[in-house]
Structure formats: structure tokens, C-alpha cells
Write a protein that binds this ligand. Structure first.
Ligand SMILES: NC(=O)N[C@@H](CC(=O)O)C(=O)O
Ligand SMILES: [Zn+2]
Ligand SMILES: [Zn+2]
Length: 346
């Protein structure tokens, strides 16, 4: 008897679509399975104004193949020059669903991010007033902090002080990678949630470094030791509404990944749902997948749950491409390192 799992159509609460040829290549990979996604604004130049967000949304919709439906949920990139009134206006218009905080220099295309956190206080206070979520790349960037400690230090030195001084600010800790981040979310009573990526449920730092360096497993925040991966799996499969899916699917061309200075990012859009089903099944938590992928995100973002369903079927090993083409280049699809058996029914 084939096993099937029917869930509400999922959303991706942290996604990089890029622009131009890359956008055209990766958008169908997400739109095939996901109804909506929070679109990261770290383009070059970044999406900092409502006008830029509207233009980017139009480029995304223009790149969507005929017959596919998808709703991009736009974000603004927070800079030290962001005007609270502009933020309030684009929120009121429904164009923008979150503001994204990148500490300057923390990750791909974050040069315009924030160095002086006091300078953005007026924006954060306004966001608390209007209920607009702040998505946070939670890593400090000081050279003296070990890269494996950067998330923990960010929580202590930056995030917790911001939250204490801005009551009511609604925060999504993006792509969490540590048990400390899980505990921090669990310790909060309100206004705090976290996204967890597909790849951080699958790999630890050994996958990146043992037996030769694996550039396609390198992302930021970098995967930590196994105890942390286990804490993430426990959180994701727990049925706690404060943890939901943000794939952080972050395509870079193979030339830029397999490089002496390789870019950070794992491209998981193509096989995310098959991987998640496998991970949840191993935890005997298939009944928790719908909450994680389809229900808790809309709950936090105060949006309706999708009405359409998506069905996963367990069967023969799922075939997916190793790479997808982008113009004359390629992007490597994340390899979970184990066979997948759950496929999404058409
Ligand atoms: N996650 C990554 O490793 N990379 C992301 C940026 C980010 O989400 O930090 C990207 O834009 O490539
Ligand atoms: Zn990030
Ligand atoms: Zn990201």
C-alpha cells in the first residue's frame, strides 16, 4: 500500500530568488511546491525602498512561468538610513511583510547592513507599534569572535538587548543553527519565532570539512556540531508553533561555490519537501510536518493558511537533477547524502 501524506500547501519563510537569469532558473523550483515565500532583499544593490520592493516583486511575477501560481512576500533591507515613516507606509499598503536586519558584513551582500544598532532604534520602535516583523540574520561580525560562536554572541550582545529595549517588537530569528537559539526561542513568552532551514536539519560541520572541503555544504550561519543539529531536529519536529520552515535556499553558480573563496549558501528549493518528509519520518513525526511547513509561518505572519493541499507519496527513490542550468552556468542542488523516497504528487 502506498503511503501518502496530505498537508496544506507550504510556504517558505526565508528564500533567495536573486534576479535576472538566476531568478528565472530558480523561481519554478520554489513555485512548484510553495504557495508563498518571504523574499530576501540582499540583491546588489539591496532592496531598501518600497519602490525597489515593488519593482522586484514585478520582476518576480514576470519571471513566473505560465500556469504556475506564487505569491512573493516582499521585505525591505534595513540600513542605518531607513526612514520609519517609509517603513510604516509600505507596511500599510500591504507591499512589505517584514524588514530584514543584516549586521554589516555578516553574510552574502550585507555590506549595506547595520553596524550601529542604536541608529535603527526609531525604525524598530515604529515596527513594534505597527506589528511588522523583523527578520534577523543573527551573527556578530567582530573578527575576534570565532565563526562557530557568532550566533550565540549575537543573541547575548545584540538581540536580547534590542528585544528588551523594544517591547512588542516581533522578531524572527532566521536560519537558527544552535541549541542556544532554540532555548532562547523557548524561553520567550511572545513575539519571537525562528525559521529552520532544510540543510541545517541534515548536515553538521563534519559534512563540510571531513574528507575534503565540500563547498556546497558551506552556508551562513555555518552548520555547527551534531548536538546542535539534533536540537534543531527536535525543535522542528516538536509541533511548537514558534519554529517553522525558512529554507534559506540560496543559489550561487557552481563557479562561485567551487572557488578559492567560495560563496555561502545551499540551494535546496528543488528537493526540500522530499528531504523534510524523510527527516520527519525518521523522527516518527510526519504528523508534525504540516505545522512546520504550512501552518506556523502564516500564524506568526498573521496571514491566512493556504487553502490548497499538497500530497506527498512514499515510493521508489525520488529522482531529482544534480544541477539546474542558469544560462551557460549551473547551480548544484543540495545533496542530503541519503536517498529520498517521498515525492510531491503533481
Ligand atoms: N545563507 C547563506 O549562506 N547565504 C545567503 C545569505 C544569508 O541568508 O545569510 C545568500 O544570500 O547567499
Ligand atoms: Zn542570513
Ligand atoms: Zn538567507
Amino acid at each position: 500500500m502506498t503511503q501518502t501524506l496530505k498537508i496544506k500547501r507550504p510556504d517558505d519563510w526565508h528564500l533567495h530568488l536573486r534576479d535576472d537569469a538566476m531568478l528565472a532558473a530558480v523561481l519554478p523550483e520554489t513555485a512548484r511546491h510553495f504557495a508563498r515565500a518571504i523574499i530576501m532583499p540582499n540583491l546588489v544593490p539591496p532592496v531598501v525602498t518600497g519602490q525597489q520592493a515593488a519593482a522586484y516583486r514585478d520582476r518576480i511575477m514576470a519571471a513566473l512561468p505560465d500556469g504556475m501560481t506564487f505569491e512573493p512576500l516582499m521585505t525591505l533591507y534595513l540600513t542605518e538610513d531607513t526612514d520609519p515613516d517609509d517603513v510604516a507606509a509600505v507596511h500599510a499598503s500591504g507591499l512589505v511583510r517584514a524588514v530584514k536586519l543584516y549586521p554589516a558584513g555578516a553574510t552574502t551582500n550585507s555590506a549595506s547592513g547595520v553596524s550601529d544598532f542604536d541608529s535603527v532604534r526609531p525604525v524598530l520602535e515604529r515596527m513594534a507599534d505597527i506589528g511588522l516583523p523583523l527578520c534577523v540574520h543573527g551573527e556578530v561580525t567582530s573578527a575576534d569572535i570565532d565563526i562557530f560562536d557568532r550566533e550565540a554572541v549575537f543573541i547575548d550582545r545584540i538581540l536580547d538587548p534590542i528585544r528588551r529595549s523594544t517591547p512588542g517588537l516581533r522578531v524572527v530569528m532566521e536560519h537558527i543553527t544552535t541549541s542556544g537559539a532554540v532555548d532562547y526561542v523557548l524561553s520567550s513568552t511572545a513575539d519571537l519565532a525562528a525559521t529552520i532551514t532544510t540543510h541545517h536539519l541534515v548536515i553538521n560541520r563534519n559534512h563540510i570539512l571531513v574528507g575534503g572541503i565540500k563547498p556546497h555544504y558551506y552556508c551562513l550561519p555555518v552548520a555547527k556540531r551534531e548536538t546542535h543539529r539534533l536540537a534543531l531536529v527536535k525543535a522542528a519536529t516538536s509541533g511548537d508553533h514558534r519554529f517553522f520552515l525558512g529554507t534559506d535556499s540560496a543559489p550561487h553558480t557552481d563557479g562561485l561555490k567551487e572557488n578559492a573563496c567560495g560563496c555561502a549558501g545551499c540551494f535546496t528549493a528543488t528537493n526540500t519537501l522530499s528531504i523534510l518528509a524523510e527527516v520527519f519520518e525518521r523522527e516518527q513525526a510526519l504528523d508534525k510536518l504540516e505545522g512546520f511547513a504550512s501552518l506556523f509561518g502564516p500564524g506568526f505572519y498573521r496571514l491566512p493558511v493556504n487553502t490548497a493541499d499538497l500530497t506527498l507519496t512514499k515510493g521508489a527513490e525520488v529522482q531529482y537533477p544534480d544541477k539546474i542550468g542558469v544560462g551557460t552556468d549551473t547551480v548544484t542542488v543540495f545533496d542530503p547524502g541519503f536517498p529520498l523516497h517521498w515525492s510531491v504528487a503533481d
